[in-house]
Each structure stands twice: as structure tokens, then as C-alpha cells.
Design a protein around this ligand. Sequence first.
Ligand SMILES: [Zn+2]
Ligand SMILES: [Zn+2]
Length: 209
Amino acid sequence: MPIDAPLSCECGQVRGRIAGARLPPGPRFTCYCLDCQCFAHWLERPEKMLDPYGGTDVVLVYPAHIEITHGRERLASLRFSPRGPVRWYTTCCRSAVANTLPTPNVAFAGVQRTFVAVADDDAAAYLGPPVGGVHGQYAQGDAPGAAPKMSWAARLSSARHLGLGFLRRRHRPSPFFDEAGALVVAPEIMPREERAALKDRIRTAAVDG
Ligand SMILES: [Zn+2]
Ligand SMILES: [Zn+2]
């Protein structure tokens, strides 16, 4: 029987659930890529969002299984470039929510572990265990178990998840797109110079650390 996993921003104004899914929903990774680290720093929440090696815990969930029941008007989004993924967060407390693609036609959302309101001890029961770290070449130090780029295990589990999502039409309804297929909030696109400065700051921190 499907069970729900509660979703909440830190202040509780934006809430919802992973509903209708058989949990765990999809593969769960720790992503060490620079953009995920930049996002945490841009939100001014690195200590909440990142592990000691700069990793972000993300679980793939079909958009059709994500319900935002409260505070939808407090969703906002950012892109680091006109071609990058759309990174969703809340305007109330700058909690990260999820990453999506800019198109409504792919059953992809990488939900932030920190947006899933379950205790660390319960996270594996709801979300499955992390299948490992990806983009480990950007980790701050030697992150245990982190593969450079995407490991084959991570690629295969993601491909399977996306393939099944496509066959089962789980890309909609989505809390991030309206019925016409437009993003519910137009993303802010970070100016190139700002992104470069942010990346430099994180690389320098990695070297210093
Ligand atoms: Zn909030
Ligand atoms: Zn990443």
C-alpha cells in the first residue's frame, strides 16, 4: 500500500507530501557537483544542506507523486544558466525543495532530503538508502564512496526510474508546472559573473579545507 512521506520547509509554511508512491520512491544520491554546492551557499544554508564533504542528499521522485498542500505561493526557482536545471526553494525560509528540468515532459524531480520532514533515523525507511555519491571530483576532500561523475549503478537506477516514469506517465500533474506545461514560477537566472564568483569561493574553500 502506498504510504506518504511528509514534506516541509524549515519554517513549516510550505508543506506537502510524497503521496501515492511506493516508498522508497526512486534512487537517492549524494551529489557533490559544484552547482548543488553553489545552491546551498546561495541559499545561505550550507551547514543545513551539505554533508561535511559538500554533498547534497537528493532522492528522485516522480512529479505526479509530489503534492504541495500549503504555501504554494512561496515557491520560487533559480537557474544557474539558461540551460541548467531549475532549482526550487521557498521564499519564506530559503529551504531547498527540489530540482527539476525546465520541461514538463520528463518524470524527473530530485527532491532535497532536507525537504522531507522525517528524522535522519527514519530517512532510509522512507527514501531508501543513498546509492552513493556522484560527481565526487568536486567533493571537499575525499568523500567516502563518491564516484567521479555518475557511477554505473547511479546511471542505471536513474535510467530505470525515468523510463518507468515515462511509461507510466508520472510527469504530471506536477506542482512545478501548470496545466499548460509552463513553470509555475519563472526562474531567476543567475548572472554569469555571480555564478563564477560563487564557484570560485567554493573551490577556494575546498583547497583551504
Ligand atoms: Zn519556510
Ligand atoms: Zn549536483
